[in-house]
Ligand binder design. Sequence first.
Ligand code: CS2
Length: 485
Amino acid sequence: MTAPLLSAERLASLPEAVRPARPRVAGPPGIVHIGLGAFHRAHQAVYTEDAMLAAGDDRWQILGVSPRSSDVVRTLRDQDCYYTVLWRDGTGSTPRVIGSLADAAHLPSEPERVLDAIAAPGTAVVSMTVTEQGYRIEPGTRRLRVDDELRADAAGRVPRTVLGLLVRGLQRRQAAGAGPVALACCDNLPDSGALLRGLVHQFCELLPSAQARPVLEFLEHVGFPSAVVDRIVPATTGEDLAEAAGAIGLADHAAVLAEPFGQWVLTDDFPAGRPPWERAGVRFTADVEPYEQAKLRVLNGTHSALAYLGGLAGYRTIAESVADPALGAFARRLIEEDVLPTLRRPGGVDLAGYADTVLRRFGNPALRHQTAQVAADGSQKIPVRLLGVIRERLAAGQVPRHALLAVAAWLRYTVVAESDTGAAVAVRDRFDAELRAAAGPNLLEHLPEVLAVVDPELAEDTGFRSALRERLSTLTTSGALGAVT
Ligand code: CS2
């Protein structure tokens, strides 16, 4: 017999420790969030729920917008937007039903509703988790890569791109006289506030000039906080959904699983107000850079390294990769020898302790985080996670062998697309065709052209190229496990 579906009405049947501790209130959302993936549901939505609870402040319910998939919207609405987070710490799972996501909207079929919500006076924050590739950044320049989709949005069709939606929303907000707002990018991107501000400006350059001028003026009043977000949230599987249903006694098709660890650091640039997130453990600081570099380079850089090297070695999950003694030792050397020397210490944080925590978190077998998931979109991730480390170490006269091997593994994984046993690996990357075309029949011979796709400046550096070529040849002849030992 299938369990009845989770819904507002059925919350009462849940144990007190599982159901939301605050009732949802009627009223407009305070936050419009773009990107309804598992990460948002297990991270910002939970912090927002906790902040409202701690401060008794109900204004911050979220309208979640799905830029593409209609399934997630239908699924959430069918269960009144309640869903379970299964906290998995390696010893067991603890369910908690979250209620801060008050409603969901599907951008392609409900654009007016979404634009009106961005323009509504009650909306103070428009936040987003659309993954690195959702911003359409050109890896080599870190600027908007202008394509037909962006041009079509700028020419006035119903927006389909994130940038198009944001700018249309701001235009409507300005016309409605609804006042300032904050646009908060919560993806793994450095200097995310300034980056998003830049991208919005670059999109405005595509608008007819009579339209561009007023938006540019309005942008003076828009906040662009920078964010560092952290929580490992793997894609949900059918087994996870079955476990969630078992845990709460109700079917839940929108459940997500996550590790209990979480971090959120923000600059306080919210001109129209914001949830009292500090009451939920969010750290506000004027200088996010040290947190950001530690997170992106230690956690994400090592994550990517384990995804590519582990994937080439035939491991399906990050936990399996890091449990391999050779790969585990490699991950530690990458952090200690190559990454940590490039970091400034974020206030009071012990970086060696942070590295230990990260490696322990990767080892959590209950997460079953797929190497293929972390390997996706490397062309957007590698420049942010590893190339900065390499550039800085080379400038300091050091050869960052481990970081170079991780980049070599990314290239082999993405361009050659074969594991060490010759099995095909499934590559998901917006730029994979471009990288393969640049490599032609021989990656080693065409390294400069391939590297130019992601970092034209580093591609010119002959020292970098020859060190990378050496790592790539070792990887090709010895395989991932041979190359790390
Ligand atoms: C991962 C991240 O998929 C990836 O590329 O490195 O999603 C990682 O799990 C999160 O940033 C953890 O905070």
